[in-house]
Every structure is written in structure tokens, then in C-alpha cells.
Design a protein around this ligand. Structure first.
Ligand SMILES: [Zn+2]
Ligand SMILES: [Zn+2]
Length: 255
């Protein structure tokens, strides 16, 4: 785990030079410094005006994502037939793969503009991180859900370009059970990602914030929202397994 201290942590050295260091490494220096509260509030007003249509309903968005994913998981599970012991290994392997993919996607295209994936960078770094800062982590109303939940078009992109082809290959190379277990675990993981990220941005005094285990995960994500750390630390949004394995959990540096 040596070496992560150069890119992760809140130690004196990085705090001392954060301004210069981040300006050199971050893709967008205009959002690499802590924002004044007024700047966050001004951004929120502009985002709501320009990005959230009058017909947008936050709870409908949340329900659509949840029900579509749960229906897909239920369908995949209903297709299983006489699952062999070794086939069940698909579940933990897919979970671990998804955790690494979440880390890589967040550290890569979500924080660095890449050809063909600029929409993801735009939504995450340019919008999500400016809408929510460590001092302003909570929604003000359900309309703000749009700044957290993936739009349905990205859901279709994710499943059409990634999950379906991989599932098809697995069905050919392994068994139909392996393909359906892979698809079910991937979709369940994605929904878990959406629910957890949603939980981190609920008000600190909400019942969701007090569910078991949520407080610790919220702190992990809140530190990632610090503009000085966002390109270096805490890339897992669900469980910080890849952050721990790859040395980008900021607590490793402090412990
Ligand atoms: Zn967030
Ligand atoms: Zn981020």
C-alpha cells in the first residue's frame, strides 16, 4: 500500500500544498478549491433552473430506477434452474468485479474528461461535485434527486453496452445460470449503488442517515466530496473495498 500517500490523504504536507498540487493534477482547476457557501447556493439555483425540467418528479425517478432494477433482478432469478455449487461463485466474483469497476469508473471518466464519455464527466465532476460539497451534502427537496440519480438514458447505456454483452458471452462460454446470476448481481449492485449514494445525500437528521452502517459510509463519501481530495481519494461509493485494496482510502494514510 506504499505510494498512496502521494495521491491520497489529508496530512499536513498535502494540506499545505493542496492548492498548487491540485491545480497541477486536477482536470478542472475552477472546481479544485473549496467553494464558498454562496458559490454552492448560486450553482444550485442555476442547476435547478437549467437542468431540472418543470415536470421532473424526484420520487418518480427514484421509483422508476428501483422498480426497473428489481424487476430485472426478479426476472433473472426466475430463469435459474438447478444451480450447481460452483455456479453460485458467480455472485461474489461479480460483486468484487463491480466494486473494482465502480472504483475505476469513478477515478477515470467520472473525474477526467474522456472521448465519448464526456457526459459522465459533466454530470459528475462539473455538476454533482459542485451541487454537493462537504458542507452542503443534503438535498433541499425531491427535485434535487436529479443531481444524484443516474438518468434513465445512462441506465440503458450501462446495461445495453456492458451487462447484456457480457451476460451473452457468459451464457455461451459458461452456462445460462452463470449468465443470469451475473446479470442479477450486476443490476442489484447498481441499485445498491444508487440507494447508498442517495442515502449519503439525505439530510443528516433523516431516518435513512441513521440506518446501521450508513454513517460510516457517508463519512467516506463526504470526504470524497472535498474538492482537494476528489481526484485522489475514496472512489468507492458503495463499500470501500477497492479503495482499501488499491490504497486510495484516506483513512489508510491517517491511521
Ligand atoms: Zn455524492
Ligand atoms: Zn467523485
Amino acid at each position: 500500500m506504499n505510494g498512496h500517500s502521494e495521491r491520497c490523504g489529508t496530512d499536513e504536507r498535502s494540506a499545505l500544498v493542496d492548492g498548487r498540487q491540485v491545480a497541477r493534477t486536477a482536470p478542472d482547476a475552477s472546481i479544485s478549491a473549496p467553494q464558498a457557501p454562496d458559490a454552492v447556493l448560486a450553482f444550485r439555483q442555476r442547476y435547478r433552473r437549467e437542468e431540472i425540467g418543470p415536470h421532473y418528479r424526484g420520487w418518480a425517478h427514484f421509483a422508476f430506477t428501483s422498480l426497473a432494477c428489481l424487476a430485472a433482478v426478479a426476472f433473472c432469478l426466475s430463469r435459474l434452474h438447478a444451480v450447481q455449487d460452483w455456479e453460485w461463485a458467480t455472485v461474489p466474483l461479480t460483486f468484487l468485479f463491480a466494486n473494482l469497476a465502480e472504483w475505476a469508473g469513478h477515478r477515470g471518466p467520472m473525474h477526467h474528461p474522456r472521448r465519448g464519455l464526456r457526459l459522465i464527466y459533466q454530470r459528475h465532476t462539473r455538476q454533482h461535485h459542485r451541487f454537493f460539497t462537504p458542507e452542503h451534502m443534503a438535498f433541499d427537496s425531491p427535485r434535487d434527486f436529479k443531481a444524484v440519480l443516474f438518468p434513465p438514458i445512462l441506465l440503458a447505456f450501462f446495461f445495453g453496452v456492458f451487462a447484456l454483452p457480457v451476460g451473452a458471452v457468459l451464457a455461451l462460454a459458461a452456462t445460462a445460470n452463470v449468465a443470469y446470476l451475473f446479470a442479477a448481481t450486476s443490476v442489484a449492485y447498481f441499485l445498491n449503488y444508487e440507494w447508498l449514494h442517495f442515502a449519503y445525500h439525505t439530510p443528516a437528521d433523516s431516518w435513512i442517515a441513521h440506518l446501521p452502517g450508513i454513517a460510516r459510509l457517508r463519512r467516506h463519501h463526504t470526504r470524497h466530496h472535498d474538492p482537494r481530495l476528489m481526484t485522489r481519494c475514496n472512489f468507492n461509493i458503495t463499500y470501500p473495498i477497492a479503495d482499501w485494496l488499491l490504497g486510495t482510502d484516506d483513512r489508510q494514510r491517517r491511521s
